[in-house]
Design a protein around this ligand. Structure first.
Ligand SMILES: Cc1cc2nc3c(=O)[nH]c(=O)nc-3n(C[C@H](O)[C@H](O)[C@H](O)COP(=O)(O)O)c2cc1C
Length: 312
């Protein structure tokens, strides 16, 4: 399946594994890249040297292209931006802010820059400052989210910019991929389905929570603080939402979420951990390999786009 995204990134299928703090490490990234997509290591809030180590490990596990996702609000991001250049990483996706100040260095090093955006305005700004593509992420997604749904955001971004658009948020099979292409996307990014994959290193309790989740099991915490995050409902989410409703101060809310994603990923604490996952978790029922997820998604999408029913 050739699109502007496969050409840009030198990959077989226009499928990107979303950067996911604590979740997207070398094994997951390499599995996705080896299966013909683009795997990403998520820098999250980790020290820059951890990111360097993960890049080196990923290179041992795959000779295919892979990238790094950097959260720009992280105090380490300046150092991570340098590590990306020093280690010869070819693709970077950015979240939580604008990568403008790193653009010149990355471009000079031949790094392809793909910011994640949740609005038309940010997409246009990213195109102006030299982005190679954008990920338009709808609020169905797991983790930090914006306001608009994928259905509404993707076509508006696709109309507004001339660089290729990658759709993210609520995609986990060929129907979602085909729909994204109909909306004007040239590639897709998936997160939740890869978090629940065989190669994902998250604790089995967290994985099982995703596999067991129903369509209506996610909640959005942090709307009142301006940092909305989609998680699966559990004790932590309930407490957080109650505190938000009662007008609790920011510090108290912050205290509740401190280290909570790590608790879910590494300790399997499904009560007090932050079980970040998208609305599509309701459709993810079994733990599959990344290769299986990618090949079935691409082949189903291909059939649908050629007008053949995927069930035939
Ligand atoms: C557990 C989890 C952690 C995430 N962490 C990040 C992150 O560190 N940086 C980022 O840009 N996006 C992050 N995301 C968003 C994903 O990269 C991706 O865009 C999103 O999951 C796509 O929507 P989906 O969950 O419906 O597949 C995270 C998502 C999940 C589920």
């Amino acid at each position: 399946m050739k699109t502007e995204i496969t050409e840009l990134l030198g990959i077989e299928y226009p499928v990107i594994q979303g950067g996911m703090a604590w979740v997207a490490e070398c094994h997951l990234a390499a599995a996705v890249s080896n299966a013909g997509g683009l795997g990403l290591i998520a820098a999250g809030g980790a020290p820059a040297e951890w990111v360097r180590e993960q890049i080196r490990e990923t290179k041992k596990l795959t000779d295919k292209p892979f990238g790094v996702n950097i959260m720009l609000m992280n105090p380490e991001s300046e150092k991570v931006a340098k590590v990306i250049v020093e280690e010869g990483v070819k693709v970077v996706t950015t979240g939580a802010g604008s990568p403008e100040k790193y653009m010149a260095d990355w471009k000079a090093a031949g790094v392809k820059v793909i910011p994640v955006v949740a609005s038309v305005a940010l997409a246009k700004r990213m195109e102006r400052c030299g982005a190679d593509a954008v990920v338009a992420e709808g609020c169905e997604a797991g983790g930090h989210i914006g306001e608009l749904t994928t259905m509404v955001l993707v076509p508006q971004v696709a109309d507004a910019v001339n660089i290729p658009v990658i759709a993210a948020g609520g995609i986990a099979d060929g129907r979602g991929m085909a729909a994204a292409f109909m909306l004007g996307a040239k590639g897709i990014q998936m997160g939740t389905v890869f978090a629940a994959s065989k190669e994902s290193v998250i604790h089995e309790n967290y994985k099982n929570s995703i596999l067991k989740a129903k369509d209506i099991d996610s909640r959005v915490t942090g709307r009142s603080t301006g940092h909305p995050i989609r998680v699966l409902r559990n004790d932590m989410a309930r407490k957080y939402l109650e505190l938000e409703k009662s007008g609790a101060p920011f510090e108290e809310l912050e205290q509740l979420t401190l280290g909570s994603l790590r608790k879910a990923v590494q300790e399997g604490d499904t009560k007090n951990g932050s079980l970040m996952a998208g609305q599509i978790a309701g459709m993810i029922k079994e733990e599959r390999t990344c290769a299986d997820i990618i090949s079935s998604t691409v082949s189903e999408a291909g059939k649908l786009m050629n007008g053949v029913s995927a069930n035939e």
